[in-house]
Design a protein around this ligand. Structure first.
Ligand SMILES: Nc1nc2c(ncn2[C@@H]2O[C@H](COP(=O)(O)OP(=O)(O)OP(=O)(O)O)[C@@H](O)[C@H]2O)c(=O)[nH]1
Ligand SMILES: [Mg+2]
Length: 360
């Protein structure tokens, strides 16, 4: 949705204006309304409506703006022109010290952690439209584009499966496994038959940490150290609805052994296996590409975002999702097992990001 403001002398008139633009049949949702006085003491009513993006673009500019994913190769030249335009705009800013609306909005999103790689794709598609001159509308449009691009993977528990968590050291894999185990075994519409397998044999105490949670929840747990044992263990757990697999935290510089193990497991495991990459919301911009590089060979099915409660800045995380296109499955929002786990939701993430953007 795009938030569009209509100004008139009364709220009813503002509403009439909106109806005139969008037609009587359109359902318009009012986001906010306020009355102020202008410099001449005249009453002004400002009503903000949420308008579907496609409708907004059509009624405002007479054409639907194509999203970056829909752009054809022939439009590459237009992209180049708009890149040049942006460079000129940047030069103008340097020379005159003043920024246009589009430059201001671009700087804001860059500052919040969204990479130019993605952002410029969106801005290029808007070159030449009046949106580029209106800060508030442009922010609203970009947020909508982020919303469209983010993906969420629904919890699909219909058929038995193996879920393996992978991710950097200390990111929250074991804690999340414990929360998921409790969720599936006790907190859903019906109890699922859950088993835990620990493939985290490199770290001292790793098996104990998982065993501790498993004992409290009375869920069966197993520890294996070789790929062959893993295969046998998973086969022996055929009658379980869900087998959750904890893995060793892999430092980016110690990948070879892990890679070999997991590749073997992926090729040899007969049952459906999902790989979820656990990524902390506090992920640093500089580490993002390395993390993706280290884990993308596993073709992760989804990303679990952990440590949501440890930051107020979600730009880098959002950027990861926008650039790599992976769906999100769960959010871990604290240390409490089993309470601090939520199924992933775009609204939850965007609300926090928008709060951060509006703080400037
Ligand atoms: N604040 C916060 N802390 C968390 C969250 N998830 C996990 N932790 C904490 O992060 C620390 C590491 O958690 P683990 O679950 O052991 O992480 P791991 O990925 O299994 O670690 P390794 O096995 O060593 O790679 C623990 O102190 C957890 O309590 C979360 O969502 N929020
Ligand atoms: Mg662990």
């Amino acid at each position: 949705m795009i938030n569009e403001t209509f100004v008139a002398s009364t709220p009813t008139e503002a509403y009439e204006q909106a109806k005139k633009k969008y037609g009587d049949a359109t359902e318009l949702t009012i986001v906010s309304a306020k009355q102020t006085k202008d410099e001449n003491g005249q009453i002004r009513a400002e009503v903000v409506f949420a308008v579907p993006k496609v409708l907004f673009m059509e009624k405002s500019f007479g054409k639907a703006v194509t999203s970056p994913s829909q752009r054809s190769e022939e439009e590459a030249m237009l992209d180049e022109v708009s890149t040049m335009r942006r460079e000129l705009e940047a030069m103008r800013t340097q020379l005159t010290g003043t920024q246009g609306a589009a430059e201001k909005v671009r700087s804001l999103f860059l500052k919040k952690g969204i990479a130019s790689e993605w952002l410029d794709g969106v801005l290029d598609s808007l070159t030449g439209t009046p949106l580029m001159d209106d800060e508030a509308l442009l922010v609203s449009y970009i947020l909508e584009e982020i919303d469209d691009t983010l993906k969420v993977r629904d919890e699909m528990l219909g058929k038995p499966k193996v879920i393996m968590l992978v991710g950097p050291t200390g990111v929250g894999k074991t804690t999340t496994i414990a929360k998921l185990a409790a969720r599936y075994a006790y907190l859903l519409d019906r109890p699922y038959k859950v088993a835990l397998v620990n493939l985290d044999s490199y770290k001292v105490g790793a098996a104990e940490q998982l065993a501790h949670y498993a004992d409290i929840m009375q869920i069966e747990h197993f520890s294996v150290s070789t790929p062959e044992d893993f295969k046998a263990q998973v086969a022996a757990l055929e009658s379980y609805d869900i087998v959750l697999v904890d893995t060793a935290g892999m430092s980016p510089y110690d990948t070879q052994k892990f890679v070999k193990t997991i590749e073997f497991i992926k090729s040899e495991t007969v049952r459906d296996m999902e790989v979820h990459l656990v990524l902390a919301a506090t992920v640093k911009y500089e580490d993002m590409a390395d993390i993706y590089k280290n884990f993308s060979f596993l073709n992760p099915d989804a990303v679990i975002v952990s440590k949501f409660d440890e930051t107020k800045h979600f730009g880098t995380l959002l950027n990861f999702m926008l650039l790599y296109g992976l769906p999100m499955s769960y959010f871990s929002v604290g240390q409490e097992v089993p309470d601090d786990l939520l199924p992933a939701s775009k609204e939850y993430l965007l609300e926090r990001f928008i709060g951060d953007v509006h703080e400037g």
